[in-house]
Ligand binder design. Structure first.
Ligand code: ARG
Length: 474
């Protein structure tokens, strides 16, 4: 075009919506608000820009757009990024979502080159790409926090490898364990959570771009090139699946739900241990609050809230599964509902883990209270049975003998270890003076010296193995 005379197609240009031409009436304000996602999906802006840059670079490489257009797109998107960073970008509800907002602004800034960016692409493969980039970034952050939490637990475990507490089953005193051993149980859970997210990341890290709306595109695109630019391990192998798959988000939510479930178990114990009735630990004041009416109260709000927040994370998983259930191929607008729950899941998990790393580091342990509790409830009864077994008594018979001893101690109001030797011998003639060594708390925990056992040496070794493993990840 050599002059500025209007062309027939000028009448179609610059409509607010990208799809508005064939509609005879505008949507109502409520419908506009109901269908728009820009209020929440603007969180994807930087990933959207990264995806667009990779797409544009590929289009120029294969000759679908010119190098000149690419240069303009790059500088235009860089301007958009700066505006967003500085809070100077105007998000418009009329433009529905993050993708159309950015594209519209790009066109304002650079004209026709901006209009060429969407060649061979659709918002369907674009949004799927953006979310995958976003989830991948969140996974990497959460993986680091899971490592930090395991490290803190292992360090505390070494510190408390000799601190004896009652181990519970059915919340009844069962056998003595060490506090370090108890903490390492949680380190194991968070290690599995780490494994799960690493595995999930492989399936997140595949490129949907190139699927276009659903069927692929007639342009000679190079998907491998885009995948490489964006750090994806591979490309999604079927265009219909690529635009509609949200398994990766469901897997991430499932892994997150398990993280929070583990956090909720730990929280429950912290709340219990912090109760004055139990008094095993004190949490630092910065994780607790007082009561507006009862001046004596110090409430473990953070673990309580973390236990509560597990509900919303589990809920997001169910919401996402329900969102996908029965969805026909390929993209459906239902999928726009994937974002808020996903964002909230990642935010909740990240914030929770950050706080827990700090909180677990600052736990004050009341070893005397733990010891006192371990001395109640006949925690070493199994050790007496094992002692008899080692003297040749069949285990079932030994169990019966000890049950009688426990009953008589209960009536007398003392512990088995308090019984003098002759009183113990009245229960079984094979009991000798060496019995008292195995009835002590130390004797009991030290006896369980194998991989996975509660013996202080084993706990120290397990915690050190964990710390060494984590060192390799730094
Ligand atoms: N905002 C949309 C979403 O989040 C982007 C994809 C829209 N695609 C479409 N065909 N309407 O899913």
């Amino acid at each position: 075009m050599t002059n500025n005379a209007p062309t027939p197609e000028d009448q179609f240009a610059n409509k607010a919506q990208a799809w508005s031409a064939r509609f005879s009436e505008p949507v109502s304000d409520l419908v506009k608000r109901y269908t728009a996602s820009v209020g929440f999906d603007q969180r994807l802006a930087f990933h959207d820009i990264a995806g667009s840059l990779a797409h544009a670079e590929m289009l120029a490489h294969v000759g679908v757009i010119s190098q000149d257009d690419l240069g303009k797109i790059q500088s235009g998107l860089s301007q958009v990024r700066t505006d967003i960073e500085n809070g100077q970008f105007t998000w418009l509800l009329d433009l529905e979502d993050v993708h159309l907002n950015i594209e519209k602004r790009l066109v304002e800034l650079i004209g026709d080159a901006g209009k060429r960016l969407h060649t061979g692409r659709s918002r369907n493969d674009q949004v799927a790409t953006d979310i995958r980039l976003w989830v991948r970034e969140q996974i990497d952050l959460i993986l680091m926090q899971l490592n930090a939490l395991q490290r803190v637990l292992a360090e505390q475990a070494i510190k408390h490898a000799d601190t004896i507490m009652p181990g519970f089953t059915h919340l009844q005193v069962a056998q003595p364990v060490t506090f370090g051993h108890h903490l390492m149980a949680y380190a194991e859970m968070f290690a599995r959570d780490h494994e799960r997210l690493v595995d999930c990341r492989r399936r997140v890290n595949r490129l949907p771009l190139g699927a276009a709306a659903l069927a692929g595109t007639s342009f000679p695109i190079d998907r491998e090139r885009v995948a490489k630019t964006l750090g994806f391990e591979s490309v999604c192998q079927n265009s219909l699946d690529a635009v509609s798959d949200r398994d990766f988000a469901i897997e991430f939510c499932a892994a997150s739900a398990l993280i929070m479930t583990h956090i909720s178990r730990l929280s429950e114990e912290l709340v219990l241990w912090m109760s004055p009735r139990v008094g095993f630990i004190t949490l630092a004041d910065r994780f607790c609050t007082g009561s507006s009416i009862m001046p004596q109260k110090k409430n473990p709000d953070v673990p309580e809230l973390a236990r509560g927040k597990t509900g919303r994370v589990n809920g997001h998983l169910v919401a996402l599964l329900t969102l996908m259930k029965g969805q026909p191929l390929a993209y459906n607008k239902d999928n726009q509902e994937d974002k808020e729950g996903l964002f909230d899941t990642a935010d909740t998990v990240r914030n929770t883990l950050t706080i827990f790393v700090d909180m677990m580091q600052g736990v004050t342990v009341h070893a005397q209270a733990m010891r006192k509790a371990a001395l109640q409830g006949f925690a070493t009864a199994t050790d007496l049975a094992d002692y008899l077994v080692k003297k040749g008594v069949p285990f079932r018979d030994a169990h019966e003998v000890v049950a009688h001893a426990v009953l008589s101690c209960e009536q007398k109001g003392c512990d088995i270890a308090d019984l003098p030797l002759d009183a113990l011998q009245a229960f079984h003639h094979l009991i000798e003076a060496d019995v008292h060594a195995c009835l002590t708390l130390e004797g009991s925990v030290n006896a369980r010296s194998h991989i996975g056992g509660t013996a202080p040496d084993q706990v120290r070794a397990a915690a050190q193995r964990k710390i060494d493993l984590l060192k390799d990840r730094d």
